[in-house]
Design a protein around this ligand. Structure first.
Ligand SMILES: NC(=O)c1ccc[n+]([C@@H]2O[C@H](COP(=O)([O-])OP(=O)(O)OC[C@H]3O[C@@H](n4cnc5c(N)ncnc54)[C@H](OP(=O)(O)O)[C@@H]3O)[C@@H](O)[C@H]2O)c1
Length: 342
């Protein structure tokens, strides 16, 4: 074991973690022991952990990569470096970092391999203190905006002036997709969401809103984009996706990202008639070609630090009330992102 610097947790031997003891049951706060730090590890005092739909599904045993209880869920985090192993370079005690852990982020202390720096799942943000609310925003950044960025650039081949449509536009990934398409790529943006959540989606750059409960989605799209939409960014799926494929422009691109309403069956004949393309995207560190995640994480972090994007954190909830966050997600009461604060 090797250590550099003094831990703010010095003297403490344990920390709190929100543990899933049984699928579909409330998480339980448990105490965990601080383990010795290895030479190639860093220790982070977690400040915020973003709640993702995948995190919610994992606690229910419904995510595609299943994990048996007991486990601590959570992946996207921000925090301060408490300790640095002897072999680690590029980070010092007190640095502010953000990252994407494989799991366990819903806890006060995270011990991580420094190899995360190389793949971009751990990023140094600052060597001096930051505004407290920025910890929440940093824990809401890379998954949502990184997924949207890779979708638009690698799959959608987005260009200025395109007409694009985003489903689930009030959610975490959807709102990020709207903001990037509007502010960075200068596109005409149609957001699909419930009317009652539409104000924020407009604020993030949607030119038009279509309520997905409408019975005339195809006509509404046609009146906005008579030649069809160039790109559909779909986080919702379900049967509604078929109408969206039919609403593509000639050589349009349909990007399938998520299935909050179920897995759609896309009609191949419509793709042929439109010379259209369907692309899937799984925007993880291990599910993208080498270097892509790191490059994307750097781009997104810089856009945020330069003030060009600004994730919406609906609420920062203390760790003690972590189950309130999951209940709100289950009840679809979220616009943007919920963050758990330690
Ligand atoms: N492929 C990837 O790499 C990747 C990365 C991140 C996330 N995802 C996936 O993307 C999806 C969205 O994630 P998120 O974090 O943005 O979730 P989120 O914040 O909970 O947003 C989900 C959105 O879906 C909408 N929605 C839910 N059920 C719907 C339905 N039956 N019909 C229409 N809209 C519905 C919600 O809007 P209302 O509540 O207003 O209806 C909300 O806007 C999830 O499936 C997630 O697993 C994939």
């Amino acid at each position: 074991m090797s250590r550099r610097g003094l831990s703010a947790f010095a003297g403490r031997v344990s920390f709190k973690a929100a543990q899933c003891q049984e699928w579909k049951k409330p998480l339980v706060l448990v105490n965990k022991c601080i383990s010795p730090l290895k030479e190639d590890e860093v220790r982070v005092q977690t400040k915020a952990c973003g709640l993702h739909y995948a995190t919610y599904l994992a606690t229910r045993g419904e995510y595609q990569v299943k994990r048996d209880p007991p486990f601590v869920p959570g992946s996207e985090f921000s925090g301060d470096i408490l300790e640095v192993g002897r072999e680690v370079s590029g980070l010092s005690v007190g640095d502010v970092v953000a990252g994407l852990a494989k799991t366990d982020a819903l806890q006060e202390i995270l011990t991580l391999p420094s190899s995360m720096l190389e793949i971009g799942s751990l990023i140094k943000i600052s060597s001096s203190p930051i505004d407290d609310e920025n910890y929440s925003k940093l824990a809401s950044l890379v998954v949502n905006y990184g997924t949207a960025w890779m979708g638009w650039t690698r799959k959608g081949l987005i260009k200025e002036g395109d007409t694009v449509l985003v489903t689930g536009a009030s959610g975490g990934v959807g709102l990020a997709a709207v903001e990037l398409a509007s502010k960075i790529f200068k596109c005409k943006v149609i957001g699909m969401c419930r009317e009652e959540k539409s104000e924020q989606v407009r604020n993030f750059g949607a030119d038009h809103i279509i309520d997905y409960r409408s019975e005339s989605i195809r006509q509404e799209i046609k009146s906005i984009a008579p030649s069809g939409v160039d790109i559909v960014f779909d986080v919702v799926g379900g049967d509604g996706a078929i109408d969206l494929v039919k609403s593509l422009a000639f050589e349009g691109r349909f990007i399938t990202i998520g299935y909050t309403a179920g897995i759609p069956k896309i009609p191949a004949n419509i793709l042929l008639l439109k010379s259209a393309t369907v692309s899937g995207l799984w925007a993880g560190t291990a599910t993208t070609p080498p270097g892509v995640f790191k490059e994307t994480a750097n781009i997104i972090t810089n856009l945020f630090l330069d003030g060009k994007i600004n994730p919406l954190v609906q609420e920062a909830i203390p760790l003690e009330r972590v189950n309130d966050g999951f209940e709100k997600m289950g009840a679809r009461e979220v616009t943007g992102k919920l963050v758990i604060r330690m």
